[in-house]
Every structure is written in structure tokens, then in C-alpha cells.
Design a protein around this ligand. Structure first.
Ligand code: GAR
Length: 189
């Protein structure tokens, strides 16, 4: 029986697409669905290109997560991957999928994490702090933003001239290179 993964994403979905590619025709892991809270998210078009079904549920549904949990059970989902998902995961889901929800954060946690620290906000903060490096953190999700157990980190050097956009591009490259591989290793342990 293949391990079944659902991807949650709110935006462009470039990381999600790396998962679609990586696990296409994979012998033991399958991406079974995408959930988004944003009906205009780029991830919807990307999922359609790979014939992966998607579900759109607005913010209200993410307060309790009941409906979402029901669908995950119907789809027999084993693991959840957050790929640029911008809402807090409901308690019931964290409980049900304890140590089975992955997140990627576009900085070296515990620095530059917490509420409000997502997407370009993170890179602007890294730039403002004059950091000489940034990177990625892949971690399990618990009840607090960006506080779950860290599974993997990788850093990249920054130069003082790098803009926040250039920092974002360096970090995104690391995300694409590592996120599917690290999840694959974990789910096949
Ligand atoms: C990624 O950089 C991811 O690390 C970040 O959102 C971006 C999504 O890009 N996630 C967070 O900031 C979560 N706190 P994508 O839609 O192109 O994959």
C-alpha cells in the first residue's frame, strides 16, 4: 500500500509542483489531493496539470477542521505537507496527524518565525537584520506557528547587496531541491 500525501497550499504552489513531479510514478508514495483556502491560488492550475484533485475551503472551515478531517479520512491520507499554507492548522487536525504534518519555513528557525512571519515578510526581516545567511527549515507541525520538531535545515550565504527578492529566490531554490526528498525519507522510515 502506497503512503498517501495531501498537500495544503495557499499561493503559487511552486513547492507543491515539485512534489507532483517528484512522486509521479513513485513506487511507494502518492500525492492524492490538494487543499487550499484561496480560490485564486496558482496551486489549483498546477494540480490540474498533474490530474490531482483539489478542494477549496475558505477560512471558516479551517476554524474547526471537521469537514477537512472527514475528507482526509475518505481519501485515506497518511501525511499532510504544508507548502506555503497561510492559515493555522486546527487543533483537531494536529492531534489526528501528530508527527505526520510537515511544514517548510523559508528561514533558519528559531530565527524569523512566529505569527506574521511568512513569505516575503520573512525575507524582508532577514534583509533588515543584515544576516549573512538564510535558509530553510523543514519541521513537524504542532499547535504553535513554527515551533514543531525540526527535521532538516540547510543554509545559503547572503551578500550585503542581496535584496529581499534575491534572498527569496536563493531560499526557494533550496526549498525545491530539498523538500520532497526530506519528506520522502521521513515517510519511508
Ligand atoms: C515558500 O517560500 C514557503 O517556504 C513559504 O511560502 C512560500 C510558498 O511558495 N511558507 C511560509 O512562509 C510558511 N510560514 P510556493 O507557493 O511557490 O510554494
Amino acid at each position: 500500500m502506497k503512503k498517501r500525501i495531501s498537500i495544503f497550499a495557499s499561493g503559487s504552489g511552486s513547492n507543491a509542483e515539485e512534489f507532483f513531479k517528484h512522486f509521479q510514478n513513485h513506487p511507494s508514495v502518492e500525492i492524492v489531493s490538494v487543499f487550499t483556502n484561496n480560490k485564486s491560488a496558482g496551486v489549483i492550475e498546477r494540480a490540474s496539470r498533474y490530474h490531482i484533485p483539489h478542494h477549496v475551503y475558505n477560512r471558516t472551515f479551517w476554524q474547526t477542521g471537521d469537514v477537512i478531517l472527514d475528507i482526509l479520512a475518505e481519501e485515506k491520507v497518511d501525511y499532510i505537507v504544508l507548502a506555503g499554507f497561510m492559515l493555522l492548522i486546527p487543533q483537531a487536525l494536529v492531534k489526528q496527524y501528530s508527527d505526520r504534518i510537515f511544514n517548510i519555513h523559508p528561514a533558519l528557525l528559531p530565527k524569523f518565525g512566529g505569527q506574521g512571519m511568512y513569505g516575503s515578510n520573512v525575507h524582508k526581516a532577514v534583509k533588515a537584520a543584515g544576516e549573512s545567511e538564510s535558509g530553510i527549515t523543514i519541521h513537524f507541525v504542532n499547535e504553535e506557528y513554527d515551533r514543531g520538531t525540526i527535521i532538516y535545515q540547510e543554509s545559503c550565504a547572503l551578500s550585503p547587496e542581496d535584496s529581499a527578492e534575491e534572498i527569496a529566490a536563493k531560499v526557494l531554490k533550496l526549498e525545491h531541491k530539498n523538500y520532497p526528498k526530506v519528506v520522502e525519507q521521513e515517510v519511508l522510515k
